[in-house]
Design a protein around this ligand. Structure first.
Ligand code: KIV
Length: 273
């Protein structure tokens, strides 16, 4: 690899660069990470945006929903990720309960994330209902990524993880929320589990990047790392493409280690001092 290519590749990703990528038609890759070691690998593989997602509640803490994870826990994950990242933009999910109360509380939560983790942006689920909170956070100079469509923090309201905005009224609300998020200054929007046609419409109309998950082609795509690497084998929706079966590989490696310890094959002379 030439020095020129290397330095181009290592150029830090910023919110502004994401907009330029959309203008050039260059797709944006986004993936979750929750710890230092994973962040090192994800960043060095060339991911543009790392999301410290509240999906940590599911894949790291074993909860059924994203609701239980706390602000302190999100900051802990974000601090660990930041130390492993040189190039990607790091976005941190504002957890359930840290921004829905009122806009002052929302700003205080966002400030804690930025100050304590050194992350570069926050992500918030919802549209018109949380407009005031988003505006207050944006006014403080904190970049906000929106999240519409299937919003897992509202699972108890909807009661299901099925595709959203199939009906015209919900699609119209999503469109109007997306327009509002762009208008007030969000730098990008995640659209989760909605019809591809609606995603295409939003992406064509808005100038900010639209990142899809289960939402068909968009300006970029995001997946949960544990899902796409096959660490989390219990989750296999239609939209998920698995790039590895790490659960099987890890299981076999650990079983081999157990066998080697039990048979006294490990450690051998070369592995001893
Ligand atoms: O928490 C998360 O991982 C997310 C993605 C699914 C977009 O919000």
């Amino acid at each position: 690899m030439s020095t020129q290519t290397e330095s181009t590749n290592l150029r830090k990703v910023t919110t502004r660069r994401l907009t330029e990528m959309k203008q050039r038609g260059e797709k944006i890759s986004m993936l979750t990470a929750y710890d230092y070691s994973s962040a090192l690998i994800v960043d060095s593989a060339g991911i543009d945006v790392i999301l410290v997602g509240d999906s940590a509640s599911n894949v790291m803490a074993g909860n059924v929903t994203t609701l239980p994870i706390t602000l302190d826990q999100m900051i802990y994950h974000a601090k660990s990720v930041i130390k492993g990242v040189r190039r990607a933009l790091v976005v941190v999910d504002m957890p359930f309960g840290s921004y829905q109360g009122n806009s002052k509380e929302a700003l205080a939560s966002a400030i804690r994330i930025m100050k304590e983790s050194h992350a570069e942006a926050v992500k918030m689920e919802g549209g018109a209902e949380i407009r005031e909170s988003i505006e207050r956070i944006l006014c403080a100079g904190i970049p906000v990524m929106g999240h519409l469509g299937l919003t897992p923090q509202s699972i108890n309201k909807f009661g299901t993880y099925t595709v959203r905005a199939r009906e015209e009224a919900e699609a119209e609300k999503l469109l109007s929320d997306a327009r509002m998020l762009e208008e007030i200054g969000c730098f990008a929007i995640v659209l989760e589990k909605i019809p591809a046609e609606l995603t295409a419409r939003v992406a064509a109309e808005l100038t900010i990047p639209i990142i899809g998950i289960g939402a068909g082609p968009a300006d970029g795509q995001v997946l949960v790392m544990h899902d796409m690497l096959g660490i989390n084998k219990g989750f296999s929706p239609r939209f998920l493409r698995r790039y590895a079966n790490l659960a099987d590989i890890m299981h076999q490696a650990i079983a081999n280690y157990v066998a080697d310890v039990k048979s006294a094959d490990f450690p051998n002379a070369e592995e001893s001092y």
